[in-house]
Design a protein around this ligand. Sequence first.
Ligand code: PEP
Length: 252
Amino acid sequence: MRKNIVAGNWKMNKNLQEGIALAKDLNAALTADKPNCDVIICTPFIHLASVVPAVDAAIIGVGAENCADKVSGAYTGEVSAEMVASTGAKYVILGHSERRAYYHETPEILKEKVQLALANGLTPIFCIGEVLEERQQGIQNQVVFDQIAGSLFDLSAEDFSKIVLAYEPVWAIGTGLTATPEQAEEIHAYIRSVIADKFGAEIAENTSILYGGSCKPSNAKELFANPNVDGGLIGGAALKVEDFKGIIDAFK
Ligand code: PEP
């Protein structure tokens, strides 16, 4: 059975002290009222080593928001998958639309990152999704197919089975616009069919596909109620315990 997951993406928010406080507050709230899904927080690199010991690993998993596409060496400013794993983090977001758009991450670069993450025991949360123009042209399925094929089709079925996917329509990220539950279900079902065609029905059934894009407590329940929506990747609403927990509680 695939897992239901609510994952937070803090992006470039919260200094170290604020980040530790947020993690501790979330941990306290979820210790008092246990979630019915897996919960993950993905934080800036410098927070990882402090946030990992600040939370109960049985309740909250911790991840990075990116990792390098190289193993090690003279790559000033980069952080490798091995370094991320050495903090005790278990996850890494890869292919977020902000990384694709602002840092020119191509499918080939992301393929390297995915392989290095897996080689270091990290679970990639791999993001895909179309921009508004592509949705208006009706080519969103082709866009997500190309993103999956370009970075993930070289994986073995065993390695693919370790990946979490996040469908995030770029036009819904941080904009307040959300895909309707019908739009989300339609493309999530398509994504699952792509996985089934390439890696087989069993792996497709077991792959968690998260929705991301202006998800909040008021819309999470109807989005997550869809059979092919297995939770959410949450940006803005992950920065406040009350909002993030409100989304987690959509699974209750
Ligand atoms: C994201 O960046 O992954 C995201 C979904 O952001 P937001 O929830 O703020 O739209």
